[in-house]
Design a protein around this ligand. Structure first.
Ligand code: CTP
Length: 402
């Protein structure tokens, strides 16, 4: 999955012949999973039509402060658009637009959006070789870099003038590749390893029956995705679950029983910087699983159970251990039980769910959590989709450790 997935990307198109390549650039950004909005300078509309870019981006294209074609003549808010963006790309960036970006000369809508944007800004210069070499252009490159804008290097080759040299706008694939690599290199958890347990465990009674629970694995998969999105390498130890967890940074190990989960965790725990144990591990398992299917012989059946190893507690007891996050699902006296659990299992952070809260717990797509730290500080969150809950938990972990 691309680092641009789920991100808001604002593409600023300026008036150079390379503008025609932005049609393909928009498609690549959409393919990467980004939401794309396009702003254009008036001059760029001569090179590529707003209709083409609005069709490809599935969003209206703006190039002036008001919509002249709209009888209500509504105001286009450059500030809102600037703040909406997670990333802004100016491609092609002409010498003229760059000089205005340097000087803060806001004589069109695109430049107003640029000056309002708080997000990282990338620019892909495109011009003829002599303009490219001109000291004013070179000076502007340096100035833009000093503002924190990132230049996507121009290529060398045949130019629209028929001359050959430096100044060709980077190809759309190169632009996306450059941005993805740049974002990935700066993710807060880059180089960190996180071990996550998720889903239920199944404890066999006989070859066809088991003791299990209703955990879906959704919360753990959302946590894995969020960790990976922030750059961490994730080892996801998943009990039986149909929930997918596709990301190139997630290695999934499917397990079935608590013992298998315990063994897999201890195989990997020594390399982990973080461990998040969200699995609903069966506390007990049948002492002896029958080799053959148990036949319906008597009116009652007694199955003797024995305790499973407590994976979270076993890691909490290690001398050298990762930053440790546990979960607690309670039905009553929530805080009291959770404080005791956090102490007993030695967690750095405990995520408390209560079955009494609507929209929390197993099987649903939402959750409601309270985070509890070592000093018994509590932070309560609203009911949210599990993907948002995962963001809250991972943000808290990043704030506390990075
Ligand atoms: N956990 C674990 N191994 C177990 C049982 C639980 O790793 N054998 C972890 C869970 O993944 C969770 C935390 O411990 O992070 C708390 O699980 P919970 O079932 O709420 O607590 P228990 O210790 O089982 O206590 P109880 O069921 O008595 O509330």
């Amino acid at each position: 999955m691309s680092v641009l997935s789920g991100k808001n990307v604002l593409l600023g198109v300026t008036g150079g012949i390379a503008a025609y390549k932005t049609t393909y650039l928009v498609r690549l950004l959409i393919k990467a999973g980004a939401t794309v909005k396009v702003v254009m300078t008036p001059a760029s509309r001569e090179f590529v039509t707003p209709l083409t870019l609005s069709t490809l981006s599935k969003n209206p294209v703006l190039s002036s402060f008001t919509n002249e074609d709209d009888e209500n003549d509504t105001w286009n808010n450059h500030v809102d658009l600037g703040l909406w963006a997670d990333y802004m790309i100016i491609a092609p960036a002409t010498a003229n637009t760059m000089s205005k970006m340097v000087a803060g000369n806001i004589d069109n809508f695109l430049l107003a959006v640029y000056c309002s944007a708080k997000c990282p800004v990338y620019f892909a210069p495109a011009m003829d070789l002599d303009m490219f070499k001109h000291p004013s252009t070179q000076h502007n490159f340096e100035q833009l870099a000093s503002y924190g804008n990132k230049m996507i290097p121009a290529g060398t080759g045949e130019l629209a003038s028929g001359l050959s040299g430096e100044g060709r706008m980077a190809e759309p694939e190169e632009i996306v590749d450059f941005i993805e690599k740049d974002i990935a290199s700066q993710l807060p958890l880059k180089g960190k390893i996180c071990l996550i347990t998720a889903g239920p465990t199944y404890e066999p009674i006989d070859p066809v029956r088991f003791i299990g629970n209703r955990s879906s694995g959704k919360m753990g998969a959302a946590l894995a995705l969020e960790m990976a999105t922030n750059g961490a390498q994730v080892i996801l130890v998943m009990g039986p679950s149909h929930v997918s967890s596709d990301h190139h940074l997630i290695d999934r190990v499917n397990v079935e029983t608590a013992q298998e989960m315990y063994d897999t965790v201890h195989e990997h725990i020594h390399k982990a910087d973080y461990a998040i144990f969200s699995a609903a591990v069966a506390d007990y398992k049948p002492i002896n699983a029958a080799d053959q299917k148990i036949k319906k012989k008597s009116d009652t059946l007694t199955i003797e159970l024995t305790k499973n190893p407590d994976i979270l507690a076993s890691v909490g007891a290690m001398d050298k251990r990762p930053f440790l996050v546990g979960f607690a699902l309670e039905t009553e006296n929530e805080l009291e039980y959770a404080f005791a659990k956090a102490k007993k299992k030695n967690t750095d952070l405990l995520v408390l769910n209560s079955t009494r809260d609507k929209g929390a717990g197993f099987g649903v797509d939402t959750n409601k959590i309270t985070l509890i730290d070592r000093d018994r500080n509590t932070t309560e969150f609203e009911v949210k989709p599990k993907s948002e809950v995962a963001k809250d938990i991972i943000n808290e972990i990043i704030n506390r450790t990075i």
